[in-house]
Design a protein. Sequence first.
Length: 268
Amino acid sequence: ESVNAFGCLMYDMWFGELDCVSPHLFYSVFRKRYSTFGEKTQQDAQEFLLCVLNELHEALKKVRTQLRCAINAGASGGSKTSVITELFEGQLRYRIVCLDCETTTDRSESFTVLSLPIPSKDACSLQDCLNCFFQQDTLTSNNQVYCYRCGTTKDAAVKATITKAPQVIVFHLKRFEWQGKNKGKLSTDICYPLSNLDLSAYTSQLCSKDVEYSLCAVVNHSGFLDDGHYTAFCKNSITRNWYNFDDTRITEIPPSSVQTSAAYLLFY
């Protein structure tokens, strides 16, 4: 049901005759599964994106399994992939080194969105955020890891690298943070490139895919934690023009307007 509703939305967006399309059908189907997004309170775009991708993945995975069983009579086992994983799923490797005996272990983790810390309250670049995420960190106190050679938990150094780069990589800029007992918003102006984003410095030798990306969409958040507004900038893949989507208002914008301090999600 969710896939059909999403398919109808995509059809109306690309082939419909209306200047503006409301996602009311997809939203009404979606909120039956995720009641949180039916409440009339501000929701987080990153959480919404993860839920949408997961919902579409699970539904499309079932369709792929049914098709495979129909083609190969008697086939067993469910498909673990879908067009969502093929487009958005990447792989991280965490290399962990015990600081006592220097034993090294690797742990892999799949991702569809990378949540990047913002290292400055004034201004920084996307590269600064990436450097902060991929820098080596030390795990101590309650974050110690178990070392099988030492036979107990130990302080450790950990560093992440990308072993599988997705076709579409999504960055979540962590603008909401705890400030004392309250959660505030960082309005840091983050400079991000519209093209030639090279991630080779953060990939391992296992990653053979070209890791140079171009920006294709931005989700912006203006306002505060409990009182804000989302808009989106999207690049038309055919005309290469940029557009601003603000509720029912859709306007073409120059590439120079795509860079704003309201950026919250970046799609490359």
